[in-house]
Design a binder for this molecule. Sequence first.
Ligand SMILES: Nc1nc2c(c(=O)[nH]1)N[C@H]1C(S)=C(S)[C@@H](COP(=O)(O)OP(=O)(O)OC[C@H]3O[C@@H](n4cnc5c(=O)[nH]c(N)nc54)[C@H](O)[C@@H]3O)O[C@H]1N2
Ligand SMILES: Nc1nc2c(c(=O)[nH]1)N[C@H]1C(S)=C(S)[C@@H](COP(=O)(O)OP(=O)(O)OC[C@H]3O[C@@H](n4cnc5c(=O)[nH]c(N)nc54)[C@H](O)[C@@H]3O)O[C@H]1N2
Ligand code: SF4
Ligand SMILES: [Mo]
Length: 763
Amino acid sequence: MSGNEDPGDDLKVTPPKTWATGLPGVAHALEYSLSQTSPRRTALTLLNINQAKGIDCPGCAWPEPAPGKRHRNEYCENGAKHINDEATSRRVTREFFREHSIAELDGKSDYWLNQQGRLTEPMVKRPGATHYQPIGWDEALGLLAGELKGLDSPDEALFYVSGRLGNEAAFLLQLFARAYGTNNLPDCSNMCHESSGSAMGETLGIGKGSVSLDDIHEADLVFVVGQNPGTNHPRMLTALEETKRNGGQVVAVNTLPEAGLMRFKNPQKARGIIGSGTAIADQFLHIRAGGDLALFQALNRLLLEAEDAAPGAVLDHAFIDSHTTGFAEFAEHARKVSWDDIDAATGLPREEIDELLGRVLHAKKIIVCWAMGLTQHKHGVPTIREVVNFLLVRGNIGRPGAGVCPVRGHSNVQGDRTMGVWERMPQPFLDALGREFGFTPPARHGLDAVNGIHAMYEGRAKVFLGVAGNFVRATPDSAVTEEAMRKCRLTAHISTKLNRSHTVCGETALILPTLGRSDKDFQATGEQFITVEDSMSEVHASRGKLPPASPHLLSEVAIISRLARATLGTELAISWEEFERDYGTVRDHISRVIPGFEDFNTRVQVPGGFRLPNPVNRRVFPTPSGKAVFTRNEFTMPYVPPGHLLLQTLRSHDQWNTVWYAPNDRYRGIHDARRVVLVNPADLTELGLADRDLVDLVSVWHDGRERRAAGFRVVAYPASRGSAAAYYPETNVLVPLDSVADISNCPTSKGVVVRLEPAHDSR
Ligand SMILES: Nc1nc2c(c(=O)[nH]1)N[C@H]1C(S)=C(S)[C@@H](COP(=O)(O)OP(=O)(O)OC[C@H]3O[C@@H](n4cnc5c(=O)[nH]c(N)nc54)[C@H](O)[C@@H]3O)O[C@H]1N2
Ligand SMILES: Nc1nc2c(c(=O)[nH]1)N[C@H]1C(S)=C(S)[C@@H](COP(=O)(O)OP(=O)(O)OC[C@H]3O[C@@H](n4cnc5c(=O)[nH]c(N)nc54)[C@H](O)[C@@H]3O)O[C@H]1N2
Ligand code: SF4
Ligand SMILES: [Mo]
């Protein structure tokens, strides 16, 4: 198992911060950047990140302001760390693989693997071998193609995509998978915002957020629910600061009092660096884990009662009547939700909910933003449907300053879905793809991430190709997932850096190293750029600026095109060679297949790119009825047996998903340790535990299998009662593969029932 190299027991705890960023943020970004690469390369990346002709930040999907309104330094501390983690001067060479056996690498931590630097040439592990050895590109891709061609059915292959991949490569990968004959395109969204897509698709007809940055700025009230923007979407704080300057309010709903939600010191402004900063949240609701469905049900009930008291003054009847269905059933149900249930689920004093209602009644334009604190619960989909109900009752959809805002994770995760990376793409997309390329894409749905793991485990899937992620560490139930991967005939990964997915190998394994976003990309027709779509549907170009990390790297577009050629030959009249020579030809196809991309190559030249239309903003709802749909959501809350806690697995400030940069979580006051579990002091007393006790986390699931994460320090922390928080991916071992959100099948990474046992081994 990994973790051997994790910091031992050097834990230092300081009081959680009550403000985010300011000068320390700038210093930390530079410190990490300079530990990875030269001052010159650091300057090059930082001057270009998020600029109109520059590199799209490989961090989160928060959008940039319009080109004219951009700051010279349009990035945050974490964006700087992410890009320089990629631009590192360190290299993983063939000598490195000769020196370290795969078994040895498998014992290293995620940190150690990432710190070795950029991958430089293709490597293969042959059946029975103990080490990776070099392999040429043609042979590597031929080997993978051979395995694919040898399968009994195309559905025995899986093609995993993470949201770091640009649009052009994503479009080609899904085209290749479908031309080959399968819809098995699991992606990181399956573990991320899948619940948002499911809930919004059903109720609004489109699984994307509706708001723009300008909407955030002009809203009267912005909810930030189950999200930690200070760490995960830092420039969102700049936008919320503007909301406040314009007279709007912000309400934070969280199980933890996150620093960025409380106060923000804008590092791009002198007064932000030295002043006391902007108080972000006008109200903070310290909710119980999984209590958000109940909170929005309470608000909806109170709004209906307020309407009874002042008919016509509270609800937007004109909107409800003309643009929605299901209101009567929803209202009848909402009136009956019980206060006992709401109290138990939210743990919030009634005065706080009343205070919140007051803010809602005063606000003409409301936006609800959310992230993993909602999506990764068993009842994530009904919770988000209830958020939609809440917005619909007062017509807060489809007008300026109002709407839904699922805040996406990876920089191009939304774009990858737009490009067709989804195991269940709708038939009109498949038809358009088939028409453009002259074949019939398979209609049967493919496997998502969780079902893909089941299939590998059971021998129904035998070849795995991962692109731009770290599947083994991103997925739940690490022990089961690792076993599943090891059963494959072949596992292959198109990656920039070493990670544990490379050390958990199938019989044969391939590492296919690629250019990163910051690398210049030259092909036969000259310098290329790629495109991405951010969380607010803005599509724009990204151009690398640094010399490639190694002369042996191929771009993702090149690798996928060559693999497709090696696998499919000239069976279909698809001009794979041309795609590699000129990415513009890929965009031409996209412009004919995907609505909203008409004239793609011209429009993407405009600095800042263009925004994809969202029909919801014209109050056109592409649902079967053509109307927005109110839903009836049964009350539910997590059941946690006595003596247990509901664990959420989350990100520290110093990590990018499965990769951590330093064992610190500055805003939460955790230093030099990652194996910590944050628990409310009152819960510790009840459990007979004390601050700094050493415990094992044991997850409780009905299959009787023991899932244990050993050796965690308890930290007394203002987590909401009954909950606990510990870092991902060390705790993924605790998330049972079958513990998934209803409807969306998203792993319940924020709702794992655990008990804390005194540690077996004393470290
Ligand atoms: N620096 C950095 N930035 C990132 C990432 C990263 O790893 N590092 N990852 C990117 C990706 S892929 C994603 S998806 C996003 C994730 O962005 P977030 O969703 O902000 O990420 P998490 O760390 O999972 O934090 C979940 C938040 O929800 C809260 N929460 C947990 N359970 C509940 C609940 O039941 N109710 C409520 N109301 N709150 C709850 C937690 O306390 C925490 O504040 O970030 C993106 N940005
Ligand atoms: N327990 C628990 N599990 C979770 C979550 C959680 O909150 N709790 N969050 C889930 C979420 S929201 C997500 S999005 C997933 C994230 O899952 P993934 O996206 O699969 O994981 P990452 O850590 O982002 O992947 C890092 C690897 O991507 C590769 N890479 C980086 N840049 C590039 C590039 O430009 N090109 C290519 N080809 N490769 C590149 C590098 O090799 C690096 O090692 O994890 C999920 N898993
Ligand atoms: S907010 Fe997100 S996209 Fe913007 S610079 Fe920071 S990490 Fe990058
Ligand atoms: Mo994500």
